[in-house]
Design a protein around this ligand. Structure first.
Ligand code: GTP
Length: 344
């Protein structure tokens, strides 16, 4: 089985951190987001992963190379943004080694969906496309579907106004497509699968839905990213991951679950966790507190500071008695002076 992963977005909602690395390489529980995605695909029997890359393409090629987790990794490089359907058409020759249906995934989604069951549901329905559907409380930020009793998608509505959504079932950004879908995607231009392709298939009664209830988090905004890190620490990483080569004082308090990478220093009277990811070489000085936050490699938190529900970029310096909270992003190498409070 093959999977095409959309990995070329600019990740504008997570700037400035996406100015220096693609969103899919952001650490989640100290592993790149895309690394988690590939691990799940491999566990589900996918043998070839095609990365559709554009923005900072070389970062992916350098990190993942030609194979990962026993899967072959191929790259489809775009020279301009092609949206969410254009990259599928661009990769047509790579997909055409056989005529089997293939998976397409938004690469910024963490889920434990049963890909085999989704594939089987697609074959059983004889549809041209099957969308994985997840139920959420507030569907207004997503593509929402109206389904009939046979799981056929009748309507597809992008980001409905609140109160106007036909259901709480949203497009989870994971699909199985038949080869024939490639024929209706225009070549060489930016095309949205949600706005231009799915409505056509729904109209032709060729679009089905597959509901699943397992873990699903998408990473778009800072709040989602912090939540994804929390969920992964909680469910998949489950316990503390304190790597060898980190120096955690016996007088520091570590509240699980946390991920602490090698080269990290946590001094006495510091409190780390719950839900803190400290990247390689991070320093947490005496008396500081880090909770529900992600600190990129080599971030430095001075004495008695507090970082809560926040993201701190690589090499950033947080002064003493600083307070950072509420989905704040501190950019790479930023310096926050002593006694400053940051809230968003
Ligand atoms: P924002 O700019 O913050 O909206 O983020 P984004 O660029 O990631 O856009 P969005 O969340 O809509 O993208 C969903 C998925 O599609 C992500 O995995 C993106 O990497 C991917 N994606 C978006 N645009 C393109 C593109 O032009 N080419 C490719 N190959 N992937 C894309």
């Amino acid at each position: 089985m093959k999977a095409l992963i959309l990995a070329g977005g600019f990740g504008t909602r997570l700037r400035p951190l996406t100015c220096t690395r693609p969103k899919l390489m952001f650490p989640v529980a100290n592993r790149p987001l895309l690394d988690w995605v590939l691990g799940e695909l491999s566990k589900n029997g996918i043998t070839t992963a095609i990365l559709a890359v554009n923005y900072m393409a070389d970062v992916f090629v350098r990190y993942f190379g030609k194979s990962k987790y026993g899967m072959r990794i191929l790259y489809s490089r775009e020279t301009k943004p092609l949206g969410t359907a254009g990259p599928i058409k661009k990769a047509e020759t790579l997909m055409s080694e056989d005529e089997e249906p293939f998976f397409v995934l938004n690469g910024d989604i963490l889920s434990t969906i049963d890909y085999r069951a989704l594939y089987k549901a697609h074959l059983d329905s004889k549809a041209r496309a099957t969308i994985a559907l997840h139920e959420v409380e507030d569907p207004s930020r997503f593509g929402v579907v109206e389904l009939n009793e046979k799981n056929q998608i009748l309507r597809f509505i992008e980001k409905p106004k609140s109160g106007e959504a036909p259901s709480h079932l949203i497009n989870a950004g994971v699909y199985v497509l038949d080869h024939s879908v490639l024929d209706i995607i225009p070549d060489g231009k930016e095309v949205s699968i949600e706005r231009e392709i799915f409505p056509v298939l729904a109209n032709d009664k060729e679009l089905f839905g597959y509901r699943f209830e397992s873990l699903w988090v998408d990473i778009g905004k800072p709040h989602d990213y912090i939540l994804a890190n929390k969920v992964m620490l909680n469910t998949i990483a489950a316990q503390n991951h304190i790597e060898r080569g980190s120096k955690v004082s016996r007088k520091a308090k570590i509240i699980p679950p946390v991920a602490i990478a090698k080269g990290t220093v946590v001094e006495a009277d510091a409190v780390v966790g719950p839900y803190a990811s400290l990247g390689e070489g991070v320093v947490i000085k005496r008396g500081s507190r880090v909770e529900n936050s992600i600190l990129f490699p080599h971030a430095w938190v001075d004495c008695s500071a507090s970082v809560k529900n926040a993201i701190v970029g690589e090499g950033a310096i947080i002064g003493s008695w600083v307070k950072i909270e509420m989905d704040c992003i501190v950019g790479d190498h930023a310096i926050i002076d002593n006694n400053v409070t940051l809230t968003c």
